[in-house]
Write a protein that binds this ligand. Sequence first.
Ligand code: K7E
Ligand code: CUA
Ligand code: CA
Length: 641
Amino acid sequence: MTDKILDTTPEAQPELGRRRFFNTTALVGLTAGLAACGDKSAGTGAAPASAPLAHAGGGANASHLKPGELDSYYGFWSGGHTGDVRVLGIPSGREILRIPCFVPDALVGWGHTNESKKIMGTKADGSLRYTVGDTHHVHLSYKDGNYDGRYAWVNDKINSRVARIRLDYFVCDKITMLPNVQGFHGIFPDKADPVDPKINYTTRVFCGGEFSIPLPNAGVEDEKQYRSLFTCVDAETMDVRWQALIDGNCDLVATSYDGKLAATNQYNTEMGAKFADMMSAERDACVFFNIARIEEAVKAGKFKTIGSSKVPVVDATREANKDAKTALAAYVSVPKNPHGVNASPDGKYFICAGKLSPTATVIELSKVLDYFDGKLEKLDGAIAAEVELGLGPLHTAFDGRGNAYTTLFLDSQVVKWNVDKAIAFHKGDKAAKYVVDRIDVHYQPGHINASQSETKAADGKFLAVGCKFAKDRFLPVGPLHPENEQLIDISGEKMALLGDHPVRGEPHDFVFFKRDLLKPKMVYNLDDFPHAVKDVKDSGVTRNGKKVTVKIASVAPAFGLTEFKVKKGDEVTLILTNLDKVQDLTHGFAIPGHNVNFIVNPQETASVTFTAGDPGVYWCYCTHFCHALHLEMRTRMIVEA
Ligand code: K7E
Ligand code: CUA
Ligand code: CA
């Protein structure tokens, strides 16, 4: 589209700008191109009149829902350094929920209640171990190659933690820290068991360590000794099962549908500690892990441990895995500094995007398995295609009809290409036109996903594109811009832009899938909370020395106690149960001067522990509008000397 030349990138990238100019003029005609190009002040220029794609193919704007109309897809977006996961409705792009994981959240009291603090992890004094996070990739549990609605997982890059979200209640229920890992980046659940065909669902979560560090990380060591680990976490217990020591680093992670292979792309096979060193080699790699063999090695005791960690660590370095027939890992050579590896929904290929190379590499999984079986001599033989797509390819999505969609960061485009034709072209059929279409996006896209893309049920309806720069697409709100999650109709041959959705910074990855795959519960089960105050009559105060427990059950619009007394300096634990059974009837509980504010949803119990302050009267009030008499919903904490 013509908006492309309003992009401010040409100033920063004069070379690209010129190229873009030529592309665009070819596309929309010289006059429009010149007019738009003359306007360097992106944000003030009106969009040129000819914007045909926005209304082609998609018909009436499919992303605009009528009031009361529900979205057809759930979208799970990582929140980036807000440390949360957001739930969006697609195609509308409306944000419905934020699920706090690694960072405290004021709405629900995440990181304030005792229950959430326990999940997040505390120090000896009871305070949170960490209050920052950086979520990048969110993926869901599988069964039979499709999402089964049990769990979602998201990584925390800063502190190497993985959070699990229960999809019945849409809450984080467990967080695990990976030992000896820094910069935990890629994450992907497995889709089946490599040995037992009855296990056709997720039981493992694979986690890629991006930064190489001394192992164990104690004191400064020779940087040549730094290494990274690839980690397997148990999907149910969330315990770390094993780790694999590798050469190079881990970026993204992908898994095969048969459960036999997991892979991570590597941009730093050089194991460089400095910027330039990480780009010195012409080629990097995509490492394939043979899951069954790794687990056999662990069982056979062929591992070591690192530092104080008890986790078995197998050796998946190049040196130790030269013999294909016993290798735990295989390093497939791909062009310089790849970004992203994605599994095609037909189960046949992993695709590595080139980033510094304008190409995508198509790796054939059956050939990788042949290599491990000793049937393919050279691992390069697993490369089915290495084709040029455009500048800065980062991530790839699929429509289930044999087409791939790759983001081109530098070109600010999405390119649609046909995988079979790319393979034919690579094999020498130079007439094979593998590029099907290109569309401009706004601007600099990173992650991309199609509806159901990373499942066997890829339906080829919509494409969401995470644009890293929004620039002029929304009302200016000062220096901090939102991200622009664009929605594209991919139901036809040509892609059609449907909508811009502003999202609070700073999402990376996302998945979206048919809404009927989830069956959320709207009300909690009282019995799931061991400390539930099951009856209003059970409300009351008990004292054990300086420790005071205050139990309150609430039914709109009243708390079970009209007042309660404590003494200055008491350690007060307040347990609150919401006995209302009606959906959407949430109560809050706030205490002035005591840093207490949290909510309880219908039939939920939560607790907080705090120290009673100076003597006085403190009105504890409901913060969440619940009833016509919501303002009257109060109790009094009387602190005595
Ligand atoms: Cu998935 Cu943003 Cu962490 Cu690519 S990374 S853009
Ligand atoms: Cu209870 Cu507002
Ligand atoms: Ca490199």
